[in-house]
Design a protein around this ligand. Sequence first.
Ligand code: HEM
Length: 517
Amino acid sequence: DRTDSYQEKQGQGGETHQSVRDDGATLTTSQGVPVADDQNSLKQGARGPTLLEDFHFREKIFHFDHERIPERVVHARGYGAHGYFELTESLSDITRADIFQRVGEKTEAFVRFSTVAGSKGSPDVARDVRGFAVKLYTKEGNWDIVGNNIPVFFIQDAIKFPDLIHAAKPAPDRGFPQAQTAHDNFWDFISLSPESMHMVMWIMSDRTIPRSFRMMEGFGVHTFRLVDADGQSSYVKFHWKPKLGLQSVVWNEAVKLNGADPDFHRRDLWDAIDAGDFPEWELGVQIFDQDFADNFDFDVLDATKIIPEELVPVRIVGRLVLDRLVDNFFATTEQVAFCTQNIVPGIDFTNDPLLQGRNFSYLDTQLKRLGSPNFTHLPVNAPRCPFAHFQQDGHMAMHNPAGRANYEPNSWGPAQGGPREDPARGFTSVAARPDGDKLRIRPESFADHYSQARQFYVSQTSIEQKHIGDALVFELSKVERPDIRSRMLSHLMHIDDALANTVANGLGLSLPEKAKA
Ligand code: HEM
C-alpha cells in the first residue's frame, strides 16, 4: 500500500506537512480555532475521499471562492496611499469648512490614482485620463474631491456617461480593445459629441501618459461652492499642483513601459513612499463670484470648460503629502468608496448637470461593488470624527444605534435618546433659486465647443503640439471606418487649421467639409 509507505516516511502521528517557520502566531480558523494541519484535508483512509466533516477545509475553500468583488465600472485599476493635508492659508473669511480654518493644522487623507478605461489588470502607462481621488477625513465629516488629472470632461450631462464609457471600453461583440489602442466605437461616439473636443485636445496631449502619479496635476473639474458662516457663497475650482512638476513620458516610451513593466506607476509610488521620498501636491483654489460667472464667456456649470488662470489666478492654500503605504491593498485601495456627494458644512454643489448625476452614481455603484449599505463601517471609509445616526442593520452592520431610541424626533433623555440635530453646526444647502421650467434641454450657454479646445492647443509649445498631432494620427489610423476619421477631421478644422492639415496628411486623407459649428 503506497499510503502506508508514505505515512511511514512521514512518521505515524508525526509531521505530515512542510513548514519553514516554527515561531510566530498560531494559525487559526476564522472562528479562532487553532489549526494543526493546514496542508492535508481530512480523509477517510490515507487515499480516501475528503470528508464533509472537515470544517477547516470547507471554511478555507468557501472563503477563497468568495474573494472577488466586482471591479469598479470605471477607474478599475488604481493605486492608493495614506497621507495628510496641511492648511497653509486660512480661508475662514470665505468658508466655514473646518478644514480651511486653522493654518498648520493637518487632516488625515487617503488618495487613489487610477486609469479610467482599462480593467483592473490593464497596464499602467496606457493613454488615458488619470483619476485623482482624495478623501479628507475632516473634523466635520469626510470630504471627497473625486477629480481627474485633466481639468475638463468629455460630456456636459451625466445622462451621456454610460454611452461614453461603453464606447471607450471593449466592444460588446469582440471584447477588445483596451485603453491602449484607439478604436472605432470610441471615436465614433466622440466625433458625434462636439462637446468632447476640448477634452480631446487634452487627452491627445502628453498629460495622458504621465511619467508618474507623483508628477500629475489634479482637478476637482466642476465648479463647487464655498460657503461662509453667514451662508454667503463663492464659486470655487480645486487644483492639485505636484511639487515635482508636471512630467510625462513620450508615446514610444509608454508602449515599451507597458510591455516591460505594466505596474510602472504603482511601483513608482510604492518605491518613492517606501524610500521616504514623500510625494507632495499644493492645493490651489480659483475663487470667483456670481458677477464673474455672469460675465464669463462660458457657463461655469459646464464641465467641458476651464476658468482661465489669467482671469482667476490659482491661490495656494495647502499641501497634500502621501507618507504612508497601505497595509493591505484590498482593505484600502479596493474598498475605498469616494463620492462627489461627500461634502461638509462650508462646501456645496452647483447645478452642473454632470456633478448632479455623479452624486447619484457613486453611492449607487458602491452598494453593488461593496455589497452592503454599511461600507462606511470599513476603516478606510469611516469618518475619523465622532459620528452618530439612526441608520441600522443591513449586511455586516458594525455600528448600530445604542440606547433605547432609533428614531427622530424622540422624547427620551440624553442617555437613551441618541443624537440630536444641530441647526447651528449642521450642513445646510445654499438657498439657490431654480431658474425656470422643467425641461430636458441643454442651455445655449453650453454651446461653444471649440474655443477652449483651440485655446488649449495654441497654448502648447511646438513640441507639445507635434505630440498632439502625432497622437491623433496614431489613434485615428486605428479607426477602420473612413467616415469616422473624416468626421473627426471636420471637427479639428474648427479647432486649428494647421492641426487639421497635419492629421489629414498623416492619415493620407484630404480635408472634408467643415462640420457645422
Ligand atoms: C469612479 C472621476 C464623471 C461615475 C471615478 C473615480 C474618479 C472619477 C477619480 C475613481 C475613484 C476611485 O479611485 O475609487 C470622475 C470625474 C468626472 C467623472 C473627474 C467628471 C468630471 C463621472 C460621471 C459618472 C461617474 C458623469 C456617472 C454619471 C463613476 C463611477 C465610478 C467612478 C460609477 C466608480 C466608483 C466606484 O466603484 O467606487 N470617477 N468621474 N463619473 N465614476 Fe467618475
